[in-house]
Design a protein around this ligand. Structure first.
Ligand code: PHE
Length: 375
Protein backbone atom coordinates (compact mmCIF):
# COMPACT_ATOMS: atom_id res chain seq x y z
CA UNK A 1 0.00 0.00 0.00
CA UNK A 2 1.38 3.33 -1.00
CA UNK A 3 1.73 6.29 1.31
CA UNK A 4 -1.10 8.07 -0.44
CA UNK A 5 -3.39 5.09 0.00
CA UNK A 6 -2.48 5.00 3.67
CA UNK A 7 -3.31 8.71 4.04
CA UNK A 8 -6.62 8.14 2.27
CA UNK A 9 -7.49 5.24 4.60
CA UNK A 10 -6.72 7.39 7.63
CA UNK A 11 -8.75 10.27 6.20
CA UNK A 12 -11.75 8.01 5.49
CA UNK A 13 -11.69 6.51 8.95
CA UNK A 14 -11.45 9.90 10.65
CA UNK A 15 -14.35 11.12 8.55
CA UNK A 16 -16.41 8.10 9.60
CA UNK A 17 -15.51 8.70 13.24
CA UNK A 18 -16.46 12.34 13.08
CA UNK A 19 -19.72 11.53 11.30
CA UNK A 20 -20.83 8.96 13.94
CA UNK A 21 -24.12 10.14 15.39
CA UNK A 22 -24.06 8.26 18.64
CA UNK A 23 -21.94 5.97 20.73
CA UNK A 24 -23.42 2.87 19.01
CA UNK A 25 -22.49 4.19 15.55
CA UNK A 26 -19.04 5.09 16.83
CA UNK A 27 -18.57 1.54 18.11
CA UNK A 28 -19.43 0.19 14.63
CA UNK A 29 -16.68 2.38 13.11
CA UNK A 30 -14.22 1.22 15.77
CA UNK A 31 -14.93 -2.45 15.05
CA UNK A 32 -14.65 -1.89 11.28
CA UNK A 33 -11.19 -0.38 11.75
CA UNK A 34 -9.66 -2.02 14.80
CA UNK A 35 -11.86 -5.06 15.51
CA UNK A 36 -10.66 -8.65 14.98
CA UNK A 37 -11.54 -8.42 11.32
CA UNK A 38 -11.11 -4.65 11.00
CA UNK A 39 -9.36 -3.01 8.07
CA UNK A 40 -6.28 -2.05 10.03
CA UNK A 41 -6.10 -5.40 11.80
CA UNK A 42 -6.25 -7.27 8.50
CA UNK A 43 -3.50 -5.07 7.10
CA UNK A 44 -1.33 -5.75 10.16
CA UNK A 45 -1.71 -9.46 9.43
CA UNK A 46 -0.17 -9.03 5.95
CA UNK A 47 3.06 -7.58 7.41
CA UNK A 48 4.46 -11.08 8.02
CA UNK A 49 4.61 -11.79 4.26
CA UNK A 50 6.70 -8.69 3.41
CA UNK A 51 10.48 -8.52 3.22
CA UNK A 52 12.17 -6.87 6.24
CA UNK A 53 12.60 -3.35 4.82
CA UNK A 54 9.07 -3.11 3.44
CA UNK A 55 7.72 -4.59 6.67
CA UNK A 56 9.48 -1.95 8.73
CA UNK A 57 8.20 0.95 6.65
CA UNK A 58 4.69 -0.43 6.37
CA UNK A 59 4.56 -1.35 10.08
CA UNK A 60 5.52 2.16 11.14
CA UNK A 61 2.98 3.73 8.76
CA UNK A 62 0.18 1.45 9.91
CA UNK A 63 1.01 2.18 13.52
CA UNK A 64 0.79 5.88 12.86
CA UNK A 65 -2.67 5.43 11.38
CA UNK A 66 -3.70 3.29 14.34
CA UNK A 67 -2.55 5.90 16.89
CA UNK A 68 -4.39 8.67 15.02
CA UNK A 69 -7.58 6.58 14.76
CA UNK A 70 -7.48 5.61 18.43
CA UNK A 71 -7.08 9.23 19.48
CA UNK A 72 -9.94 10.31 17.21
CA UNK A 73 -12.19 7.55 18.60
CA UNK A 74 -11.47 8.62 22.16
CA UNK A 75 -12.08 12.30 21.47
CA UNK A 76 -15.34 11.59 19.64
CA UNK A 77 -16.45 9.25 22.45
CA UNK A 78 -16.00 12.04 24.98
CA UNK A 79 -17.88 14.55 22.84
CA UNK A 80 -20.79 12.14 22.36
CA UNK A 81 -20.99 11.33 26.11
CA UNK A 82 -21.02 15.03 27.00
CA UNK A 83 -23.76 15.69 24.44
CA UNK A 84 -25.82 12.76 25.76
CA UNK A 85 -25.54 14.06 29.32
CA UNK A 86 -26.49 17.58 28.27
CA UNK A 87 -29.53 16.23 26.40
CA UNK A 88 -30.59 14.17 29.41
CA UNK A 89 -30.23 17.10 31.80
CA UNK A 90 -32.31 19.21 29.47
CA UNK A 91 -35.00 16.53 29.17
CA UNK A 92 -35.18 15.86 32.91
CA UNK A 93 -35.13 19.46 33.93
CA UNK A 94 -37.48 20.19 36.85
CA UNK A 95 -39.14 23.53 37.19
CA UNK A 96 -39.07 24.03 40.93
CA UNK A 97 -41.06 27.22 40.61
CA UNK A 98 -44.19 25.39 39.40
CA UNK A 99 -47.09 25.48 41.87
CA UNK A 100 -48.02 22.22 43.65
CA UNK A 101 -50.49 20.04 41.70
CA UNK A 102 -54.05 20.15 42.99
CA UNK A 103 -53.73 23.63 44.45
CA UNK A 104 -52.52 22.43 47.89
CA UNK A 105 -49.67 24.83 48.48
CA UNK A 106 -48.61 23.85 52.01
CA UNK A 107 -48.18 20.73 54.11
CA UNK A 108 -49.60 20.54 57.60
CA UNK A 109 -48.14 20.06 61.06
CA UNK A 110 -49.64 16.86 62.52
CA UNK A 111 -51.71 17.47 65.68
CA UNK A 112 -49.38 15.19 67.68
CA UNK A 113 -46.36 17.25 66.69
CA UNK A 114 -48.22 20.43 67.50
CA UNK A 115 -49.38 19.14 70.90
CA UNK A 116 -45.88 17.87 71.66
CA UNK A 117 -44.47 21.34 70.93
CA UNK A 118 -47.06 23.02 73.14
CA UNK A 119 -46.29 20.68 76.04
CA UNK A 120 -42.55 21.28 75.72
CA UNK A 121 -43.06 25.07 75.49
CA UNK A 122 -45.07 25.20 78.72
CA UNK A 123 -42.75 22.94 80.71
CA UNK A 124 -39.68 24.74 79.38
CA UNK A 125 -41.12 27.95 80.81
CA UNK A 126 -41.34 26.14 84.17
CA UNK A 127 -37.64 25.24 84.04
CA UNK A 128 -37.91 21.66 82.75
CA UNK A 129 -35.57 20.28 80.13
CA UNK A 130 -36.41 17.57 77.60
CA UNK A 131 -34.94 14.07 78.06
CA UNK A 132 -35.19 11.27 75.53
CA UNK A 133 -34.89 7.50 75.45
CA UNK A 134 -35.06 4.81 72.73
CA UNK A 135 -38.29 3.09 71.66
CA UNK A 136 -36.60 -0.31 72.05
CA UNK A 137 -35.73 -0.49 75.74
CA UNK A 138 -34.10 -2.95 78.08
CA UNK A 139 -36.43 -5.01 80.22
CA UNK A 140 -34.63 -3.50 83.23
CA UNK A 141 -35.38 0.12 82.30
CA UNK A 142 -38.97 -0.53 81.24
CA UNK A 143 -39.99 -2.82 84.10
CA UNK A 144 -37.59 -4.14 86.72
CA UNK A 145 -35.96 -0.86 87.74
CA UNK A 146 -39.43 0.68 87.94
CA UNK A 147 -40.23 -1.79 90.71
CA UNK A 148 -42.02 -4.20 88.34
CA UNK A 149 -39.92 -7.40 88.71
CA UNK A 150 -40.42 -10.41 86.40
CA UNK A 151 -43.61 -12.27 87.40
CA UNK A 152 -45.11 -9.09 88.86
CA UNK A 153 -48.80 -8.90 87.85
CA UNK A 154 -48.36 -5.25 86.83
CA UNK A 155 -46.44 -6.51 83.78
CA UNK A 156 -49.68 -7.97 82.47
CA UNK A 157 -51.34 -4.57 82.47
CA UNK A 158 -48.70 -3.42 80.01
CA UNK A 159 -48.22 -6.36 77.69
CA UNK A 160 -45.79 -5.54 74.93
CA UNK A 161 -43.56 -6.89 72.17
CA UNK A 162 -40.60 -8.81 73.57
CA UNK A 163 -37.36 -9.08 71.64
CA UNK A 164 -34.15 -11.10 71.80
CA UNK A 165 -31.21 -9.74 73.81
CA UNK A 166 -29.49 -6.61 72.60
CA UNK A 167 -26.46 -8.57 71.37
CA UNK A 168 -27.37 -11.25 68.87
CA UNK A 169 -26.89 -14.77 70.17
CA UNK A 170 -26.19 -13.64 73.72
CA UNK A 171 -28.00 -15.21 76.64
CA UNK A 172 -30.03 -12.64 78.51
CA UNK A 173 -29.26 -12.26 82.18
CA UNK A 174 -31.52 -10.88 84.89
CA UNK A 175 -31.54 -7.10 84.80
CA UNK A 176 -29.73 -5.29 87.57
CA UNK A 177 -28.21 -1.87 88.05
CA UNK A 178 -24.69 -3.34 87.76
CA UNK A 179 -25.49 -5.35 84.60
CA UNK A 180 -27.20 -2.37 83.09
CA UNK A 181 -24.25 -0.06 83.78
CA UNK A 182 -21.87 -2.72 82.42
CA UNK A 183 -23.92 -3.00 79.21
CA UNK A 184 -24.53 -6.75 79.67
CA UNK A 185 -27.03 -7.98 77.00
CA UNK A 186 -30.61 -8.06 78.23
CA UNK A 187 -34.08 -8.93 76.99
CA UNK A 188 -35.39 -5.99 74.99
CA UNK A 189 -38.97 -4.71 74.75
CA UNK A 190 -40.83 -2.01 72.88
CA UNK A 191 -41.26 0.43 75.75
CA UNK A 192 -44.77 0.40 77.17
CA UNK A 193 -44.51 3.87 78.67
CA UNK A 194 -42.09 6.80 78.84
CA UNK A 195 -41.27 5.93 82.48
CA UNK A 196 -37.97 4.18 81.52
CA UNK A 197 -36.64 7.66 80.76
CA UNK A 198 -36.96 8.29 84.52
CA UNK A 199 -34.50 5.42 85.05
CA UNK A 200 -32.11 6.57 82.32
CA UNK A 201 -32.11 10.10 83.71
CA UNK A 202 -31.58 9.13 87.36
CA UNK A 203 -28.82 6.66 86.44
CA UNK A 204 -27.15 9.25 84.27
CA UNK A 205 -27.22 12.45 86.31
CA UNK A 206 -27.27 13.63 89.88
CA UNK A 207 -30.26 15.47 91.42
CA UNK A 208 -31.64 18.08 91.25
CA UNK A 209 -33.52 16.70 88.23
CA UNK A 210 -36.37 18.40 86.39
CA UNK A 211 -37.21 16.79 83.05
CA UNK A 212 -40.07 15.95 80.76
CA UNK A 213 -39.74 13.05 78.33
CA UNK A 214 -42.11 12.95 75.37
CA UNK A 215 -42.06 10.07 72.90
CA UNK A 216 -43.63 6.99 71.33
CA UNK A 217 -44.81 4.03 73.38
CA UNK A 218 -46.21 0.58 72.50
CA UNK A 219 -48.65 -1.97 73.88
CA UNK A 220 -50.41 -5.11 72.61
CA UNK A 221 -53.70 -3.24 72.37
CA UNK A 222 -55.88 -2.45 69.39
CA UNK A 223 -59.49 -1.32 69.55
CA UNK A 224 -61.64 1.83 69.36
CA UNK A 225 -59.67 3.65 72.06
CA UNK A 226 -56.28 1.88 71.94
CA UNK A 227 -53.65 1.73 69.20
CA UNK A 228 -50.51 -0.48 69.36
CA UNK A 229 -48.40 2.68 69.14
CA UNK A 230 -49.22 5.91 70.87
CA UNK A 231 -47.39 8.84 72.48
CA UNK A 232 -46.84 9.81 76.08
CA UNK A 233 -44.92 12.34 78.02
CA UNK A 234 -43.32 11.75 81.35
CA UNK A 235 -42.39 14.28 84.00
CA UNK A 236 -39.78 13.76 86.71
CA UNK A 237 -38.63 16.09 89.48
CA UNK A 238 -36.07 14.93 92.07
CA UNK A 239 -34.43 17.05 94.74
CA UNK A 240 -34.31 17.22 98.52
CA UNK A 241 -37.62 18.84 99.36
CA UNK A 242 -40.13 18.34 96.55
CA UNK A 243 -43.47 17.02 97.83
CA UNK A 244 -46.91 16.10 96.58
CA UNK A 245 -48.16 19.69 96.83
CA UNK A 246 -45.55 20.67 94.23
CA UNK A 247 -46.78 17.83 92.01
CA UNK A 248 -50.34 19.04 92.13
CA UNK A 249 -49.38 22.69 91.60
CA UNK A 250 -47.15 21.81 88.66
CA UNK A 251 -49.85 19.75 86.93
CA UNK A 252 -52.50 22.38 87.63
CA UNK A 253 -50.35 25.15 86.10
CA UNK A 254 -49.55 23.01 83.09
CA UNK A 255 -53.13 21.86 82.41
CA UNK A 256 -54.62 25.33 82.79
CA UNK A 257 -52.01 26.80 80.43
CA UNK A 258 -52.36 23.95 77.95
CA UNK A 259 -56.16 24.04 77.70
CA UNK A 260 -56.36 27.80 78.22
CA UNK A 261 -58.98 27.39 80.96
CA UNK A 262 -58.06 29.48 84.01
CA UNK A 263 -60.38 27.74 86.50
CA UNK A 264 -59.93 24.19 85.23
CA UNK A 265 -60.23 22.01 88.36
CA UNK A 266 -57.81 19.15 89.07
CA UNK A 267 -58.43 16.15 91.30
CA UNK A 268 -56.09 13.39 92.53
CA UNK A 269 -57.81 10.02 92.85
CA UNK A 270 -55.87 7.36 94.87
CA UNK A 271 -54.44 4.66 92.62
CA UNK A 272 -51.57 2.21 92.29
CA UNK A 273 -48.41 2.26 90.23
CA UNK A 274 -45.44 0.12 91.30
CA UNK A 275 -43.05 3.01 90.68
CA UNK A 276 -44.80 5.68 92.75
CA UNK A 277 -45.91 5.76 96.38
CA UNK A 278 -48.41 7.23 97.00
CA UNK A 279 -49.94 7.09 93.51
CA UNK A 280 -52.86 8.97 91.99
CA UNK A 281 -54.88 9.23 88.81
CA UNK A 282 -55.07 12.77 87.45
CA UNK A 283 -58.67 13.89 86.80
CA UNK A 284 -59.74 17.20 85.30
CA UNK A 285 -63.15 18.86 85.48
CA UNK A 286 -65.59 18.37 82.63
CA UNK A 287 -69.21 18.16 81.62
CA UNK A 288 -70.81 15.37 79.59
CA UNK A 289 -74.28 16.96 79.38
CA UNK A 290 -76.13 16.13 76.19
CA UNK A 291 -73.43 13.67 75.18
CA UNK A 292 -70.98 16.50 74.52
CA UNK A 293 -67.67 16.55 76.35
CA UNK A 294 -66.65 19.98 77.60
CA UNK A 295 -63.70 20.78 79.88
CA UNK A 296 -64.12 23.16 82.82
CA UNK A 297 -65.55 23.52 86.29
CA UNK A 298 -68.82 21.61 85.72
CA UNK A 299 -68.74 18.98 88.48
CA UNK A 300 -67.93 15.90 86.37
CA UNK A 301 -64.43 14.35 86.04
CA UNK A 302 -62.25 12.93 83.30
CA UNK A 303 -59.04 10.91 83.81
CA UNK A 304 -56.03 12.10 81.83
CA UNK A 305 -52.99 10.44 83.41
CA UNK A 306 -51.17 8.94 86.36
CA UNK A 307 -48.74 10.35 88.90
CA UNK A 308 -47.22 10.03 92.34
CA UNK A 309 -44.14 10.38 94.52
CA UNK A 310 -41.23 8.33 93.14
CA UNK A 311 -41.06 5.02 95.02
CA UNK A 312 -37.95 4.67 97.23
CA UNK A 313 -37.18 1.31 95.56
CA UNK A 314 -36.94 3.07 92.20
CA UNK A 315 -34.53 5.67 93.62
CA UNK A 316 -32.43 2.87 95.14
CA UNK A 317 -32.43 0.92 91.84
CA UNK A 318 -30.87 3.97 90.19
CA UNK A 319 -28.28 4.56 92.89
CA UNK A 320 -30.09 7.60 94.33
CA UNK A 321 -30.23 7.78 98.15
CA UNK A 322 -33.91 7.86 99.19
CA UNK A 323 -32.97 9.25 102.62
CA UNK A 324 -31.57 12.33 100.94
CA UNK A 325 -33.67 12.73 97.79
CA UNK A 326 -37.32 12.52 96.88
CA UNK A 327 -39.56 13.74 94.10
CA UNK A 328 -42.53 13.17 91.86
CA UNK A 329 -43.35 11.70 88.48
CA UNK A 330 -46.31 11.85 86.12
CA UNK A 331 -47.30 10.41 82.77
CA UNK A 332 -49.99 11.36 80.24
CA UNK A 333 -51.01 10.35 76.74
CA UNK A 334 -50.30 12.99 74.10
CA UNK A 335 -53.09 11.88 71.70
CA UNK A 336 -55.54 12.13 74.60
CA UNK A 337 -54.59 15.73 75.26
CA UNK A 338 -54.72 16.56 71.53
CA UNK A 339 -58.18 14.98 71.17
CA UNK A 340 -59.52 16.98 74.11
CA UNK A 341 -57.98 20.27 73.04
CA UNK A 342 -58.70 20.10 69.34
CA UNK A 343 -61.98 18.14 69.34
CA UNK A 344 -60.66 15.09 67.50
CA UNK A 345 -63.16 12.28 68.07
CA UNK A 346 -61.33 9.09 67.02
CA UNK A 347 -57.88 8.03 68.23
CA UNK A 348 -57.23 5.73 65.28
CA UNK A 349 -57.40 8.57 62.76
CA UNK A 350 -54.10 9.94 64.14
CA UNK A 351 -52.24 7.12 62.43
CA UNK A 352 -54.14 6.70 59.15
CA UNK A 353 -52.19 9.37 57.25
CA UNK A 354 -55.40 10.54 55.52
CA UNK A 355 -54.65 13.85 53.81
CA UNK A 356 -58.23 15.08 54.18
CA UNK A 357 -58.03 14.49 57.94
CA UNK A 358 -54.64 16.19 58.13
CA UNK A 359 -55.92 19.16 56.17
CA UNK A 360 -58.78 19.55 58.62
CA UNK A 361 -57.01 18.88 61.94
CA UNK A 362 -53.41 19.77 61.02
CA UNK A 363 -51.76 23.16 61.40
CA UNK A 364 -50.42 25.50 58.75
CA UNK A 365 -46.66 25.71 59.40
CA UNK A 366 -46.35 29.48 59.73
CA UNK A 367 -49.62 29.92 61.55
CA UNK A 368 -49.52 27.49 64.46
CA UNK A 369 -51.09 28.30 67.80
CA UNK A 370 -48.43 28.96 70.40
CA UNK A 371 -49.19 29.03 74.13
CA UNK A 372 -46.36 31.50 74.64
CA UNK A 373 -48.14 33.92 72.29
CA UNK A 374 -51.54 33.55 73.89
CA UNK A 375 -53.15 31.31 71.27
N1 PHE B 1 -46.28 5.08 83.24
C1 PHE B 1 -47.64 5.15 83.69
C2 PHE B 1 -48.55 4.58 82.58
O1 PHE B 1 -48.15 4.54 81.45
C3 PHE B 1 -48.06 6.55 84.03
C4 PHE B 1 -47.32 7.12 85.19
C5 PHE B 1 -46.14 7.81 85.02
C6 PHE B 1 -47.82 6.98 86.48
C7 PHE B 1 -45.45 8.36 86.10
C8 PHE B 1 -47.14 7.49 87.58
C9 PHE B 1 -45.96 8.18 87.36
O2 PHE B 1 -49.65 4.17 82.84
Amino acid sequence: MSNDEMKKLQGDLIKAIEGAEGSAALEVVRIEALGKKGTLTEMMKTLGGLDPDARKAMGAALNEVKVAITAALEAKGKTLAAAALAARLEKERIDITLPVRGGESEGRIHPITQTYEEIVTIFAAMGFSVAKGPDIETDWNNFTALNIPPEHPARQMQDTFYMPPSTHGAVAVAGSEANCRAGVPQEMVLRTHTSPVQIRTMMGQKPPIRIIAPGRTYRCDSDMTHTPMFSQFEGLVIDEKTHMGHLKGCLLDFLRAFFGIDDLPLRFRPSYFPFTEPSAEIDIGCSRKGGELKLGNYGDWLEIGGCGMVNANVLRNCGVDPDKYQGFAFGTGIERLAMLKYGIPDLRTFFEADMRWLKHYGFVPLDIPNPAMGA
